[in-house]
Design a protein around this ligand. Structure first.
Ligand code: KG4
Ligand code: ZN
Length: 350
């Protein structure tokens, strides 16, 4: 490159329950990545409470911004553009980040770039790492989304399939709650499953028929619920209110069998997608990408199909603004900037 001056982008993330601000050079070098998590505020409710989330974003926004700029050692004059994840997410939460980004873009007189948060997840493995070899298939699975993409480039992303009901992480959280394992459920199921037999119970593998690349996890969750508590009305004494009657080993077996059903489903859809688009890379992202069985199954799939598997470092797996600023670099280069009319959109199927 003849131009040695890096293009530095400031990114903001507030789609759900993390307030993030990051400073990224040339879409790759993360100069700062600050995340204020709200985990403790929501924990006792067993899930994210939207109203609490929006307020916490307002409280954290200026602190994470100041911290990110200080860590990066960059002032406003060094920022080329302001990026914000403006879709999809909790509408109140999105609006906080969007208003902050618009304000900065206006005051600093810099371009504003709205970023699709799930597309940003698919860019996560490129941060502080080698570029991704395209075309790629990206599976982004978290508490809020389960989406499968065909990525021709960082900015050329086409949705192949998505959940039609619960997200994969949501299913983990709900099944953990059924089993009395606490919140968030993913890590709890993951660790309980290590002691269990994944073949103990044959739970359904939803939506595997035909060539569909969509997902559905709510039937699987119900199957676990009925297995643990009994089918309502089927037997008078059968319906129970908790999993208290199950021993440690039985809980581990249910956890392992449920996890195997989810991982199988995700693996089969990834395989279909890789074949359909002749992908060179599989990208895994979102909180569920932390799952040890999913990681192992994806590595094995990549080795079998002869394609690279890219998973982001843990810091870039969870919601963060570095992936937003990283992807925004490519949008900026493609001239895809926005004006101050940019809206927040809670749901997108893209
Ligand atoms: O991406 P994330 O941090 O937040 C959003 O939902 O956007 O994902 C959190 C989700 C939760 O549902 C959590 O249970 C799940 O990711 N998760 C896991 C694991 N770690 C986190 N699911 C399965 N296995 C894990 N080890
Ligand atoms: Zn996310």
């Amino acid at each position: 490159m003849s131009d040695a001056t890096p293009t530095i982008i400031l990114g903001l993330e507030s789609t759900c329950d993390e307030t993030g601000c990051a400073v990224v050079a040339d879409g790759r070098d993360v100069l700062a990545n600050v995340v204020a998590t709200q985990f403790e505020l929501h924990e006792r409710f067993g899930g994210v409470v939207p109203e609490i989330a929006s307020r916490a974003h307002v409280e954290a926004a200026s602190t994470v911004l100041a911290e990110a700029l200080a860590q990066a050692g960059v002032g406003p004059e060094g920022i080329a553009a302001v990026a914000v994840a403006n879709r999809p997410g909790l509408i109140g939460s999105l609006l906080v980040g969007l208003m902050a980004a618009k304000t900065l873009a206006w005051v600093w007189r810099r371009p504003l770039i709205g970023v699709n948060h799930i597309h940003a997840h698919a860019y996560g493995p490129a941060l502080d790492a080698d570029p991704i070899a395209y075309p790629a298939v990206a599976l982004i699975a978290s508490g809020g989304h389960t989406s499968l993409y065909h990525c021709r480039a960082p900015t050329e992303v086409e949705l192949l399939g998505a959940t039609i009901d619960d997200a994969a992480g949501e299913a983990f959280d709900k099944v953990a709650s059924i089993l009395g394992l606490g919140y968030p459920g993913g890590p709890a199921i993951d660790s309980a499953a290590r002691e269990g037999n994944p073949k103990a119970i044959e739970f359904p593998r939803p939506l595997l028929k035909g060539q569909s690349l969509d997902f559905s996890f709510s039937g699987l969750k119900t199957a676990v619920l009925y297995h643990v508590r009994g089918v309502p009305g089927a037997q008078r004494e059968g319906a129970r209110k908790s999993a208290d009657h199950l021993g440690r080993q039985e809980i581990a077996d249910v956890a392992a069998s449920f996890q195997a059903a989810v991982v199988d489903t995700l693996r089969i859809k990834m395989r279909r997608a890789v074949r359909a688009v002749e992908a060179r890379t599989i990208i895994l992202g979102g909180g569920v990408a932390a799952n040890s069985a999913l990681r192992a199954a994806t590595d094995k799939l990549g080795a079998t199909l002869g394609v690279a598997v890219r998973m982001p470092a843990m810091t870039y797996c969870v919601d963060n603004a570095a992936m937003t600023a990283g992807l925004a670099y490519h949008l900026l280069r493609a001239g895809r900037t926005d004006d101050l009319q940019l809206a927040a959109t809670a749901t997108v199927r893209k």
